[in-house]
Design a protein around this ligand. Structure first.
Ligand SMILES: [Zn+2]
Length: 122
């Protein structure tokens, strides 16, 4: 199950952030989920609450931010939003777009009380 490994990965980032920032309790976690990432939000929420049991994020609310997909035309290099694959270039209509964005899930913020702590990685 795709969502389970993503949830485990998210928890690893959260725990690392908690260690670095010195907090023990996480109330809310904001993640970005690309529309082309094949992540099912409900499945992700379920997996996340399951892997967080006993951790610093046990019971934390998972806030999911929807990130639009983006594609680039290999012929004319036009970039356009895309929500599903395949999608055709809206300009030259000659090629399926190559996916360039919206394929990932990333932990954006970890909230301890009301203050957000950035969890972005280089
Ligand atoms: Zn094109």
């Amino acid at each position: 199950m795709h969502e389970l490994s993503l949830a485990e990965h998210a928890l690893a980032i959260i725990e690392e952030t908690a260690r670095r920032e010195g907090f023990t309790r996480v109330h809310r976690v904001r993640v970005e989920v690309g529309r082309l990432s094949h992540v099912e939000p409900d499945a992700l929420r379920f997996a996340f609450s399951a892997v967080c049991v006993g951790s610093c994020a046990d019971g934390a609310v998972l806030e999911i931010i929807d990130i639009p997909g983006e594609g680039e035309c290999p012929q004319c290099r036009t970039r356009s939003p895309m929500d599903a694959e395949p999608a055709w270039c809206p300009r030259c209509e000659s090629s399926p777009l190559r996916v360039v964005g919206g394929t990932r899930m990333a932990v954006r913020d970890v909230f301890v009380d009301d203050a957000g702590v950035g969890a972005e990685r280089p």
